[in-house]
Design a protein around this ligand. Structure first.
Ligand code: BES
Ligand code: MN
Ligand code: ZN
Length: 499
C-alpha cells in the first residue's frame, strides 16, 4: 500500500508532482482553491472556463504548468453539491482520485479534499473515509499476470492537507485506523481472489496461522484432530473431496483476561460444486468465492491486531471443499453433528449451513458474549437483496441494531430479514431432527433458521454475504472479484462496542 501523510499548508506553496483540489458544483472553488487562485494571479479561473469543468461529482481534469504554483500538475476533481456530501462520497472520491493519479505520471501528490464540508462529520472522520477510499480503490489482484503493467510511475505517496494544524493528531490516528481497516479488507480480498486450487482448506489454515501475534493464538485442526473432536457434519461435507478439511480457531486477547469474547464464525468453503446435487456449469468458477465468510473473519482479525482492538475475539472457521466422488455424501443421507443434532441431507448443495452447524455449536460451547457469523450462504439472499446489502438475521437484537448503525455509517450495508417462528416449520424432517433445505420460499431465512438451532441462547447475528462478498463488475471502491464485505462493518461495530 502507498504511504499516506498528514500535513497542514497551502496549495500554492506545495512542491509536489500534483496538487488535487476539489471543485464544487457551479465551478465553485473551496478555500485552498481560492488561495491558489489569488497566488496564481487568477490563472485558475481561465482554466476553468477553457475546460468546461462543471464540478459535478467524480468529474476530473488535470491541468499542467499552472502559473504561480510549484507543482507540475493541478488536478481538479468535482465534488458536486457540498450539501449532499457524505463520508461515503469522500471514500469514493479518495478511490477515484487515487486510481486516476496512479495511471498518470505523478508519484508524490497532495490532496486538498479534507477541507470539504460533510454535515455532522469531524476532520478525523473525513480523513479516515478518504484514506480508506485511496487504499481500497488502489487494490488490484495481479499476481498471476506474468506480464505486469509497464506503468513504472505509479503513485508513491499521498499527503492529506488539512486547513489548519489543530487536528493533526486526530487525523494521524484516523489514517492509522484507515490503514488497519484497508489492510484487513485487502487481505480478505486476496484470500477471496485466490483460485480454488491455491486457496484450499490447508492454505486457509496456513494463512490464519500467519497472523499469529502476541495477542493472537491460532489453532489449526487437521482431519485427524477434527475426527477426534467430533465435527462430524464438517466431515460429511468433506467426504467428496480429496483434500483434507481444516477447523481453524483464533483466540485474540485484546481485552481483559476474563471478559467473554465476541465470536466471529466464517464459512470457509474453498470450492462449492454443489456435491452430488451438482450446480449448473455456468459461472460455477465463482464458487471459489464460497470461502468469503472466512476471509472476512481473517480480515477482521488482521485489522484488530493492527489497531490493537481492546476486546477479546474468538474466531472459528470450518474449511472444506464440496465436491463429487464415490465417497461423497448424498441426498437422503442422515448425518450427525458436533451438537448431537441429526441432519437429513436433502440437497448436498446446502452444505454451508452443515459445516457452520459444527462451528457455531463449538463457538457457543465456548460461552462467548455474542456470535456473529459470515457466510455466502444462499442464492435466495442474492435474489432478495442483490449486491448492495448483506442479509442480516439472528436472535441478538442489540447486535443487529449495532450492525445496522455500523452498516449505514461504513456503507458496508446490511438489511434485516425476519425470522418469524413459522419459518422454522419448513426445516422439520420426517425422519431426523432437521433437514438441510426448507424449499425455495424464504430460502435465506430458512437457512438462518437451520443455523439458529446450533447457537443455544447466545445472542447471535447472521450475515448472509452471498450477494455482497464479490462483484464481477467491480465497484467505485473495489476491483473486480472479492470485495471484503463485512470487514469495515464489523470493525466499526467492534470499535463502537469497545468505546
Ligand atoms: N454457496 C451457495 C450459495 C450461493 C449461491 C452464494 C450463489 C452465492 C451465489 C450455497 O452453498 C448454496 O449452494 N446454497 C443453495 C441452497 C439450496 C440448495 C437450498 C442455494 O442457495 O441455491
Ligand atoms: Mn452449495
Ligand atoms: Zn456454498
Amino acid at each position: 500500500m502507498i504511504e499516506i501523510f498528514i500535513k497542514a499548508g497551502h496549495a500554492h506553496k506545495q512542491r509536489d508532482d500534483a496538487v488535487v483540489l476539489p471543485l464544487l458544483e457551479g465551478r465553485k472553488l473551496t478555500e485552498s482553491g481560492k488561495a491558489l487562485q489569488e497566488a496564481t494571479g487568477k490563472a485558475l479561473p481561465s482554466f476553468l472556463r477553457k475546460f468546461d469543468l462543471s464540478g459535478s461529482f467524480g468529474d476530473s481534469r488535470m491541468l499542467y504548468d499552472v502559473d504561480g504554483t510549484f507543482s507540475q500538475r493541478v488536478m481538479l476533481v468535482g465534488a458536486g453539491d457540498e450539501k449532499k456530501l457524505t463520508l461515503h462520497k469522500l471514500r469514493v472520491l479518495g478511490a477515484t482520485v487515487a486510481r486516476k493519479l496512479n495511471k498518470g505520471g505523478a508519484r508524490d501528490v497532495s490532496l486538498y479534499l479534507p477541507e470539504l464540508a460533510v454535515r455532522g462529520a469531524s476532520m478525523a472522520e473525513k480523513v479516515q473515509a478518504l484514506a480508506e477510499g485511496v487504499w481500497l480503490g488502489l487494490y488490484t489482484f495481479n499476481r498471476y499476470k506474468s506480464k505486469k503493467d509497464d506503468n513504472t510511475r505509479e503513485l508513491r505517496s499521498l499527503t492529506m492537507m488539512l486547513p489548519s494544524g489543530r487536528n493533526l493528531d486526530e487525523a494521524q490516528d484516523a489514517v492509522a485506523r484507515a490503514r488497519a481497516i484497508a489492510e484487513g479488507t485487502n487481505f480478505a480480498r486476496d484470500l477471496a481472489n485466490e483460485p480454488g486450487n491455491v486457496c484450499t482448506p490447508e492454505y486457509l489454515g496456513n494463512q490464519a496461522a500467519s497472523l499469529s501475534h502476541k495477542h493472537l493464538k491460532v489453532t489449526v485442526m487437521d482431519k485427524k484432530a477434527i475426527e477426534e473432536a467430533g465435527f462430524t457434519a464438517l466431515l460429511a461435507v468433506n467426504q467428496g473431496s480429496a483434500k483434507e478439511p481444516r477447523f481453524i480457531v483464533l483466540d485474540y486477547q485484546g481485552g481483559k483476561k476474563n471478559d467473554a469474547p465476541v465470536a466471529l464464525v466464517g464459512k470457509g468453503l474453498t470450492f462449492d460444486a454443489g456435491g452430488i446435487s451438482i450446480k449448473p456449469a455456468a459461472q460455477m468458477d465463482e464458487m471459489k468465492f464460497d470461502m468469503c465468510g472466512s476471509a472476512s473473519v481473517l480480515g477482521i482479525f488482521k485489522a484488530a491486531i493492527e489497531m490493537d482492538l481492546p476486546l477479546n475475539l474468538l474466531g472459528v472457521i470450518p474449511a472444506t471443499e464440496n465436491l463429487l466422488g464415490s465417497a461423497a455424501y448424498k441426498p437422503g443421507d442422515i448425518i450427525s453433528s458436533y451438537k448431537g443434532i441429526n441432519i437429513e441431507v436433502l440437497n448436498t448443495d446446502a452444505e454451508g449451513r452443515i459445516i457452520l452447524s459444527d462451528a457455531l455449536a463449538y463457538a457457543a460451547e465456548r460461552k462467548p458474549a455474542e456470535i456473529i457469523d459470515f457466510a455466502t450462504l444462499t442464492g435466495a439472499c442474492v435474489i432478495a437483496l442483490g449486491a448492495h446489502a448483506t442479509g442480516l438475521m439472528g436472535t441478538g437484537e442489540e447486535i443487529k441494531q449495532g450492525l445496522k448503525v455500523s452498516g449505514d455509517y461504513t456503507y458496508d450495508r446490511v438489511w434485516e430479514l425476519p425470522m418469524y417462528e413459522e419459518y422454522q416449520e419448513q426445516i422439520k424432517s420426517e425422519i431426523a431432527d432437521i433437514k438441510n433445505t426448507g424449499g425455495r420460499e424464504g430460502g435465506a431465512i430458512t437457512a438462518a433458521c437451520f443455523l439458529s438451532r446450533f447457537v443455544d441462547d447466545i445472542p447471535w447475528a447472521h450475515l448472509d454475504i452471498a450477494g455482497t462478498a464479490w462483484n464481477m463488475k467491480g465497484s467505485e471502491i473495489s476491483a473486480k472479484g472479492g470485495t471484503g464485505a463485512g470487514v469495515r462493518l464489523v470493525i466499526d461495530y467492534l470499535l463502537r462496542k469497545s468505546a
